[in-house]
Every structure is written in C-alpha cells, then in structure tokens.
Design a protein around this ligand. Structure first.
Ligand code: NDP
Length: 327
C-alpha cells in the first residue's frame, strides 16, 4: 500500500482525498519511482480544487512534479536506486502524478537528479522554478543582458516570480518586482529585487504604448498585465510569458510589436524538449543561490496538501511549497 492524493469524479461531485492505494493500481509505465518529495504548483492547486479542467480523466493522482529513487525499472536507462526527477509531460493531468509515495511513468520522461541538488531542493524548485529558468533563458536567447537595462517580473511573490527574481539578481540584472502584496517587499528585496512595484500599475486597461522602461520582462499574470508590460517595453525589449494567474485573455494591440520591435516569447514547461530541460536544470545548478532557495521555500507533508491547495489560488502562498511525500 502507499499514500496518495486521489481525485475522483463519478456519481458524486469532484473531490480530492488523502487515500491509501496499492501498487497494482498504478498506471502503465516502465519505471516505478519511490517519491521522496513532490511540490504544490499553481496547476496542482487547480487540479485539486477542480477550479479549472486540468485533470483529463478520473480517478487521477495529481502532482506535475516529483523527485525520488527508482524502485523498479524495465527501462535500460534506469537502474534500481537511481535518483531521478520529473517535471510535466502531462503527469498529474493525463497520467498519475507525483503527489504520492509511488509513481509509475515512462522512463523517457525522467531526468537524472542534478548532482547540485537534493530531492527536496529539486522539488523546492519544481516546475515553477524550472519554468522561471526557461523564462530567463528565453530572454537571453533574444539577446537580453544585464547591460540591456531593467527586467520586470510580475507575480513576483509567487513561485515562478520568486525564483525568477533570485536567478536574475544572481546573474547581475537589475530587477523590478511587481506584486499585489506590499507586505512582501522585504522578502522580494532579500531575493534580490532592486525595486518593488504595486501590481495595480499594470492591472487595468491601458494605452497601446506607454513610457519605454523595461529591457526584459517575465510575466506570469497574462491579461491586461501582460498587455501593459508589452506596452512599456523598451525598443526591441523581450517579454517571456508563461502564466495566466490574472487571466487567459490577451486584450492587446500590435503596437509594441510593430512600432518598437518588441518580442513576445512564449514559454511552456510541460512538453519542453529533453535537451532544453537538461539545460535549464544545469543552469539552475549554477545560477540559483541555495540559501535563497531555502528562504523562499515552505515544507508541508503529503497529508496537508489538500488543505494548502485552496490558499494557493487566493494568492496566499509565498514562494514555493515543497511536499515531503513520506509524511
Ligand atoms: P503562484 O500562485 O505561486 O504565483 C502567482 C502569482 O501571481 C501570485 O503569487 C500573485 O503574485 C500573482 N497573481 C495571482 N493572481 C493575480 C491576479 N488576479 N492579478 C495579478 N497577479 C496575480 O503560481 P506560480 O508562480 O507557480 O505560477 C504562476 C503562473 O505561471 C500560473 O498561471 C501557472 O499556471 C503558470 N505556469 C506556467 C507554466 C508553463 O509551463 N507555461 C509552468 C509553471 C507555471 P503577487 O502576490 O506577488 O502579486
């Protein structure tokens, strides 16, 4: 038997429970992993609460990330005891996920746990942190350097935002952090933000073009915020967009793109090719300060996940939540 969060929807309403399952119930896959740590991401909170149709079939074990050791393997690339990590690939959406003590997946979805991190640290980073790194790499790919000018990070006190601020600051960028929680200004400055802005500045419909300020931006909010960020980019600025915390819509004009040569770079972590994942984790190993990672992380046990998920969507979680799957 093993413990897991289980989401069901049958004749009764959508519900998540902390359940006991047996190994025979695990889905098909060629590698079974004993999960040490998982994490709570925004998408996991949507799945657990049922607030968005993240779960594609039922019953489902949520959890888009996990880290642990190989328990059984029919895949030549993995041996029992190997330390591994998984992010995305539809795990926790289409395929049983990481908020469990055991997970069975396709070996091709796994990557070796980077030597720089413990399983707990890798899950403190999780999909949110790995996506933050993909966003930083997207800015770099389009030529943004610390000399280009200031970088804006929206949703800065959340998971993606906190890791983005910490990584950008370590790389020498001047970072402005936009947040709805002014009480977290000291937290954001400790992560490396040079300035903290009120997210209300970006939240309402604005002009097609504003004052040119940012050389780069990482946006997790979408909707009017993303539109206003694009409108306030400097000539040839680059926006990495990865989130929809404020809305899925994008009520924009093309003015920033055709008059200022702004680039809007989309970032997806779920189906990101393996080579780019390995690169992002290599970069995290070198560009994320482990003391800052610990500072932005809170730990809970698997049995506390359902209670914590609700607070996530109300913007009450700061930074990252790592889940000890053994308790
Ligand atoms: P969090 O909940 O940790 O952070 C989101 C932050 O956005 C909040 O902390 C808050 O920051 C801000 N926010 C929340 N609601 C609003 C709102 N209505 N208007 C403006 N700002 C708001 O989530 P994550 O950081 O883990 O994820 C952020 C987004 O990125 C999510 O939409 C998630 O789905 C997406 N994502 C996408 C991925 C991809 O592959 N493309 C991968 C990972 C995440 P503050 O309090 O500082 O204002």
């Amino acid at each position: 038997m093993f413990k897991a969060i289980l989401i069901e929807r049958d004749e009764r309403p959508y519900r998540a429970t902390f359940a006991s399952l047996n190994e025979g119930q695990l889905p098909a896959g060629d590698v079974t992993v004993r999960v040490d740590y998982s994490t709570l991401n925004y998408k996991d909170a949507l799945a657990i609460t049922g607030k968005a149709p993240v779960v594609r079939h039922f019953p489902m074990v949520p959890g888009i990330d996990f880290a642990g050791s190989v328990h059984e393997s029919e895949n030549a690339s993995f041996r029992v005891g190997d330390r591994v990590l998984l992010n995305g690939w539809g795990v926790g959406e289409h395929h049983w996920g990481g908020l469990a003590q055991l997970a069975r997946v396709k070996g091709e979805w796994l990557i070796p746990l980077p030597a720089a991190f413990t399983a707990r640290q890798s899950m403190a980073i999780g999909t949110a942190g790995y996506t933050a790194m993909l966003c930083v790499m997207a800015l770099e790919r389009h030529g943004v350097t610390p000399e280009s000018g200031e970088i804006l990070v929206t949703g800065a006190a959340g998971g993606v935002g906190s890791v983005a601020v910490a990584v950008l600051a370590k790389l020498g960028f001047r970072v402005a952090a936009a947040t709805g929680r002014q009480a977290e200004a000291d937290y954001l400055k400790r992560l490396g933000a040079a300035e903290v802005l009120d997210r209300a500045l970006f939240a309402s419909p604005g002009k097609p073009l504003g004052k040119e300020r940012w050389a780069g931006a990482i946006d997790v909010v979408g909707s009017h915020t993303l539109v206003n960020v694009c409108a306030s980019m400097r000539y040839r600025g680059v926006v990495a967009a990865c989130g929809l915390a404020g809305g899925l819509d994008f009520p924009a004009t093309v003015a920033p793109f055709i008059l200022r040569g702004v680039t809007l770079a989309g970032v997806d972590s779920v189906m990101c090719p393996r080579v780019d994942r390995l690169d992002a984790w290599r970069r995290l190993s070198q560009d994320l300060d482990l003391d800052k990672l610990e500072f932005l992380t809170e730990e809970i046990g698997l049995s506390q996940v359902i209670d914590r998920a609700a607070g996530f969507l109300d913007g009450r979680i700061r930074g990252r939540v790592v889940v000890d799957a053994r308790r």
